[in-house]
Every structure is written in C-alpha cells, then in structure tokens.
Design a protein around this ligand. Structure first.
Ligand code: AHM
Ligand code: MG
Length: 338
C-alpha cells in the first residue's frame, strides 16, 4: 500500500512529463472518471432496477426507469459538458454528433467519441459491460460549433483513448500514447487506484474470441484460421482455448492481460461486420498498439482508415502480434472467398 497512487495523481504526474501541457486533458480524463463512478453505481443496482421494472413500479416522480444505456450516455455527456475542455461529442446513442452550444465549450479544443455502455444487452444477465472513449483535437476553429470533420478523423490522430470495464471490479484503462495504464476502483473510498502500470500484451496467446455461431457466414480465411486454432500441435500450444463473452471491452480486457486474439469479421450479408470504427475499434486499436499488439480490418491497420460516416462499421481483428500475423496469412491466401 506504500506506493498507492490514484488516477488523479497519476494523470498530473504524467502531465508534468510534458512541460507544454496545459492540464486540459487531465481535467477531461477526470470528468470521464467521475461519469464512470456514477455509471458504476447505477450498474450495481441493475438487478434491483429490473425487479422494479418488471413489477410495473414507477419512481417517485411517476417516471418509468431509464434504460441504463441511455442513462450512461446522459451521464457521460453531462460530465463532459460541465467542464470547459470538450466542445462536442459523438456517441453510439446519438444519431448525429452533438456540438455543445455554450461559449465555454465552444472555446474548447477536444471532441470525445464514445460508446457509453458497450455490450448493454449483457446487463440483464449480470455480465460485464463497458464504456469506450476516444479523444481528438478539433479541426474546426476554436470558438465555433464543431463540424463533422472534427469527428471523422483517422484513429492515428487520437490524443487519448480508453475504456471502463464494469466487471467483478470496475477498472479504467487509458492511453495518451505513452503506454497503457489500468486503475481499479475502490468503491469504499470512491477512488480509482493505479493497479496495472504499463500493461503489455504477450506476443503470443492461447485464447481466441469469436462468435462461432456465425461460422458458416465467415470469409474462408477466417474459417480456416478457426480450424487452425482448434488443431492439435503441442509445438505451438494448440489447440487454443475459445472464450467469448459478447462484450467487446470484457473480451478485449482478458486478451490484453493474457494474450489472445479477438475477431469480428465481415459476413456475406454484413460485409463491414458489426463493430463501429469510431467509438469501438479505433480507441481499442490505440490501446492495443500502445500495449504492443496489433489491430486490423484483416488487411489494413484500423487506425489508418479514413472514416466517412459517424456510425461506420468495420471488420475487426485485434490481439497478440504473432496471432494476427498468422490470421493475415490465412486471409491473404483465401481473399474474397466465402
Ligand atoms: P453494442 O454496442 O450494441 O452493445 O454491440 C457491440 C457488442 C460488442 O460489445 C460485442 O463484441 C459484440 O457486440 C457482440 O456481438 P455478437 O452478439 O454479434 O457476437
Ligand atoms: Mg457498442
């Protein structure tokens, strides 16, 4: 306990490594941590809220209970708007980007893209969910409303990204391009404490994560890679273990700690897969690269894709370098075949 450091202290310490830093990014990250604590509190009541809902009970104002993903969106949005560092947001829960209207916000230089509650269908069955966020400097002039171009930047332009996992414990993991750091929430004192400094992913793992229910629809290269994962070969530690929670943050977090590969490929009917480039894949890709791993769409680096739409989807492969390299071999040999 002698080396106990809080998220707030750690951010300030890191900020001091950059003499030109103004403290705005630190303040922004601290508003994300505040919203995460509020969402943590609400998620921990989810079972009780569902019981109330099922019994048709309304709250004291006569309102039906708000769905948790909407609540998470509102919580993060308000926390980000309440400080002066963010001029606008884009979110999975909002059809269009939201440019904050007051002058204080319009003078800010950062935009935040987020999936406020990823994997939210897991809430009802008490499985871990997460929040994913991605931070960019705006392109449009300070002092004006934000423009689409502020949000449609390639992942290489990210200033910071991270996620919160609401699991057996709640953790916040982030990068500003100088390593990946993880903080575990201690609810008894209401503070995120540094628990995982400089997280790195092993070069090779034994876990593959994919929704195998869609197997028959996958591209041939992916099908062959799955069979490769299942083959017995003691020299390469195969067969691998299959683990799939269906909650990107949880699947990614486990693979980051243990080594592994996560796959969400295209299918014939959904050529772009399911996951969203801007607020799911890019932030996770930035973390993965900072942890020493790889994130691609099967061919290209995720972070170099030039986005054209806010809710754009993309096939997503992320994990240990050696595993992604083997996958790419299968994809390359079986291009455009199903
Ligand atoms: P959501 O943003 O609507 O929650 O969907 C994203 C989630 C990811 O967390 C997860 O990796 C994926 O959807 C699971 O999809 P599937 O059920 O098709 O396997
Ligand atoms: Mg999502």
């Amino acid at each position: 306990m002698s080396n106990l450091r809080t998220l707030g202290e750690f951010i300030v310490e890191k900020q001091n490594d950059f003499p030109a830093a103004s403290g705005e990014l630190s303040s922004l990250l601290s508003s994300i941590s505040l919203a995460a604590k509020i969402v943590h509190r609400e998620i921990n009541k989810a079972g009780l809220v569902d019981i109330a809902g099922a019994a048709g009970v309304e709250n004291i104002q006569g309102e039906a209970q708000q769905k948790l993903d909407v609540l998470a969106n509102d919580t993060f949005k308000s926390a980000l708007e309440a400080r002066d560092q963010v001029c606008g947001i884009a979110s999975e829960e909002e059809d269009e980007e939201v440019s904050f209207t007051n002058a204080r916000n319009q003078n800010a230089k950062y935009v935040v893209l987020m999936d406020p509650l990823d994997g939210s269908s897991n809430i009802d069955v008490n499985v871990s969910v997460g929040t994913i966020f991605s931070i960019y400097r705006r392109i449009s002039p300070v002092g004006s409303p934000t423009q689409k171009e502020d949000y449609l930047q390639p992942g290489t332009e990210q200033v910071a990204s991270g996620y919160v996992i609401y699991g057996s414990s709640t953790m916040l993991v982030y990068t500003t391009g100088a390593g990946v750091h993880g903080f575990t929430y201690d609810p008894s004192i209401g503070v995120f404490c540094l628990s995982h400094e400089n997280m790195t992913i092993p070069n090779e793992g034994r876990v593959y994560s994919i929704n195998e229910g869609n197997y028959v629809k996958f591209p041939l290269g992916v099908k062959k890679y799955i069979k490769y994962c299942q083959e017995e070969d003691t020299s390469t530690n195969r067969p691998y273990t299959s683990r799939y929670i269906g909650s990107l943050v949880s699947d990614f977090h486990r693979n980051l700690l243990m080594g592994g590969i996560f796959l969400y490929p295209s299918t014939r009917t959904y050529p772009s897969g399911k996951l969203r480039l801007l607020y799911e894949c890019n932030p996770i890709a930035f973390l993965m690269e900072q942890a020493g791993g790889t994130a691609t769409d099967g061919e290209k680096r995720i972070m170099e894709i030039k986005p054209t739409e806010l809710h754009q989807r993309v096939p997503f492969f992320v994990g240990s370098n050696a595993m992604i390299e083997t996958l790419h071999g299968f994809i390359e040999q079986n291009k455009h075949q199903y």
